[in-house]
Design a protein around this ligand. Structure first.
Ligand SMILES: *Cc1c(COP(=O)(O)O)cnc(C)c1O
Length: 384
């Protein structure tokens, strides 16, 4: 049985949407980009949506819009895809890592509060000799489960901090009934082919702030402000524009987002029923505040006595692709070089990083495929 790590959920209408665009001369900055953005405003209830060509670009524009610059401090999580931290480094801001909740893998609000109160104690060993003030929080909705945003927003409010919600893994998730991405000042979604919906490459920022929305629209388009001609550039900008083929694909995918999410929910339920019975395997924990999980990846954890990497090798050898999730950001080589982090600095993050394994997951998996994967996991963990 052929099993892939992930797979986009595309239908004939999605393919036709892309072909229709290629048959026109307008391949950038056209109606499809506007339609794609409108779909996000309608789905999330946000006032403004700004599409870009990656989630990383979206994060970067939020950092710029928040006025985060050289030496500024931003509290964020070391248990994430690197882009959430990199967006800060692009502006020479200093990420202040705090550890995570061991159940959800999301940033621990109690530690955020403690760090906000006593930031000097949370500075990295090096690379922060000259630093500015604490400016923002950058939580991540890890694996499609919203961070504890009420607690984080309260801290932000008390201290006048901006909140950038990295919802790149959580389109469609809800927190206490509210849409992921709408919970901070800015929310970012991403559409690489392993995400819930895909545009090939792409991202969307949502916000209710009109001035920031206009600024980010200008920045994504080489810094052209409203009224600028093609060769006038009010701001230092970027080419972060999404193209029309991608936007049309995204708009088509958005029309069946709920169907796409339901299919992923079903696959997760198939996994849960089978994996919950395997000794030594822990299934994902869903917090009560998560009123809807938007399954991005399906990450299991092994009992500490089981050697995750040895099992991963055996699964790969039997044709089951798997991936350790996440390798902690603070231990990535360039971060160690810049800030001097060491193993042991964030023990919960490191523990989950050692025990977590993403198994094949997508909305197009069949029950037979899930069955097959779980059977092999059962066999390879037996006697461990
Ligand atoms: C996917 C993802 C991003 C953005 O990824 P791109 O590949 O740039 O679209 C950002 N943050 C997190 C947590 C992600 O999972």
């Amino acid at each position: 049985m052929k099993i892939s790590m992930s797979s986009p959920d595309l239908n004939e209408a999605d393919r036709q949407a892309v072909i229709n665009v290629i048959n026109t001369p307008i391949l950038s900055m056209g109606q499809h980009t506007a339609d794609f953005e409108k779909a996000f405003c309608e789905y999330t209830g946000a006032k403004y949506a700004i599409s870009v060509n990656s989630g990383t670009a979206g994060l970067h524009l939020c950092v710029r819009a928040a006025g985060i610059g050289a030496g500024d401090l931003v509290i964020t999580t070391p248990f994430s895809f690197v882009a959430s931290t990199n967006a800060l480094l692009f502006e020479n801001a200093i990420p202040i890592f705090v550890d995570i909740d061991p159940r959800t893998g999301n940033i621990n609000p109690e530690l955020v509060a403690e760090a906000a109160k006593n930031i000097e104690k949370y500075l990295p060993r090096k690379g922060a000799e000259k630093h500015g003030d604490l400016k923002a929080l950058l939580p991540v909705d890890v694996f499609g489960q919203p961070a504890d945003m009420d607690a984080l927003n309260q801290i932000a409010q008390e201290r006048g901090l901006t909140v950038i919600e990295d919802s790149c893994e959580a389109l469609g998730a809800t927190y206490k009934g509210k849409q992921a991405g709408t919970l901070g000042n800015y929310g970012i979604f991403a559409f690489y082919p392993n995400k819930q919906i895909t545009t090939g490459e792409g991202g969307v920022i949502i916000t209710n702030n009109e001035r920031d929305a206009n600024f980010m629209r200008a920045l994504r388009n080489q810094g052209r402000a409203p009224g600028d001609t093609w060769l006038q550039h009010t701001h230092l900008g970027y080419n972060y524009r999404i193209d029309e083929m991608s936007a049309a694909l995204g708009a088509s995918q958005m029309t069946r987002l709920d169907e796409i999410l339901s299919k992923r929910e079903q696959v997760a339920a198939w996994y849960e029923a089978r994996l919950a019975e395997i000794p030594g395997v822990e299934i994902p924990f869903i917090a009560t505040s998560t009123t809807r999980m938007s399954w991005f990846v399906y990450v299991i954890r092994f009992n500490p006595k089981i050697n995750r990497d040895a099992i991963a090798k055996k699964l790969e050898a039997r044709g089951i692709p798997v991936r350790p999730y996440f390798l902690p950001i603070h231990l990535q080589p360039y971060i160690v070089e810049k800030f001097g982090y060491q193993a042991g600095d964030f023990p919960v993050t490191e523990d989950l990083g050692k025990r977590g394994l993403a198994v094949p997951f997508s909305g197009v998996m069949t029950e037979a495929q899930v069955d097959y994967v779980c059977q092999i996991i059962r066999e390879e963990t037996r006697g461990q």
